[in-house]
Ligand binder design. Sequence first.
Ligand code: BGC
Length: 465
Amino acid sequence: MLDHRTRMDRAKKEKVEQILSEFRLQEEDLKTIMYRMQKEMDRGLKLETHEEASVKMLPTYVRSTPEGSEVGDFLSLDLGGTNFRVMLVKVGEGEEGQWKVKTKHQMYSIPEDAMTGTAEMLFDYISECISDFLDKHQMKHKKLPLGFTFSFPVRHEDLDKGILLNWTKGFKASGAEGNNIVGLLRDAIKRRGDFEMDVVAMVNDTVATMVSCYYEDHRCEVGMIVGTGCNACYMEELQNVELVEGDEGRMCVNTEWGAFGESGELDEFLLEYDRVVDETSLNPNQQLYEKIIGGKYMGEIVRLVLLKLVNENLLFNGEASEKLKARGSFETRFISQIESDPGDRKQIYNILTSFGLMSSITDCDIVRMACESVSTRAAQMCSAGLAGVINRMRKSRCEETMKITVGVDGSVYKLHPSFKDRFHATVRQLTPGCDITFLQSEEGSGRGAALISAVACKMACMMGQ
Ligand code: BGC
């Protein structure tokens, strides 16, 4: 006979499972999401439908025909997450093509007021960081070529010119949207006046990741980020990129798939928690797909689920702590830590204690179940997007079996203990006839930007600029 307590705990867990079952996606659901994503991708590429498409499919001006590259020192900037990074990268030529080595780098945290003040404040802060970096390494006198990894939706006119369509991921600096970002950077450097830079390329982090992996594996024609935000790029036939003239070869397209769902494509899959996350975000009704997957939001979804379970009297004896009630307090890294618990629940218990919560064994198990539901859904949602991209590529290349490599970066992908495995398994399930290799990128943002700049410098030289 089970004792009373054990029976109660079992009944509780069953009720919790029922509440969490909303997060479960069937294969049919994933296929529906994948087809809708493909439809939006198609609309994003076409001139006629581009404006209204939720997935913008932005041309990057990074092309498939390698022109060779300059060698030497390049400065890379990386803006897009919670930190801003400056990096010095040496690009050289080896027998197997270009190599790149990061020689020096420095991370700067971005103060809240720089993220949400004016664009001038943000770019002044960025140029202050560059100046500090150059001082530290006694390089103020050098006018280096600079590659800027700027991880937001940008409509490019060329590799070194593009306007920011909208901020994402908690950035909100006014006066940047609709403006040329390279121009804002150049102006800020000029305003400071204590160093000079030759800004040659601006790239998205997905693009930098893909390019940095390409040098290790020439089959790498897709780049993906699952970090604070979520996005992918891939090499598309230029003839399908209607926004750019020309028919020969391929161009890298930044899908900006994070915006998927803005035209209602995800409506029947959005849960009450997703709606609250969206409504309380800095960009309501935008980036709905990203808000299901990205690390900026995943912890907050879990927090809302935990509060719901408390309200239903299924967790923490029906009482939440003040800290758990505070918006944004449950960071996504806690999900990784909780799901990494080896089974003795110590790690889970400690995290909950730091939230001022007295937790029983059952509470620890329930919190873990909530984390697993949210992170598994994120991995599956993300799989549907990538499968959409890869199936599209296979179709346009008319290959029986397409061998392809995907370069990946981002904290959720790298640090969560099982996101990767669940993600890989679901992508493979949805892409018959494709042989996919996943390549984890190391410092892809900085190195990729340097390599793209090196190619751009060579092009400029060849054209006598
Ligand atoms: C941005 C993308 C970026 C992604 C990953 C999204 O919020 O819109 O441009 O690639 O985050 O950093």
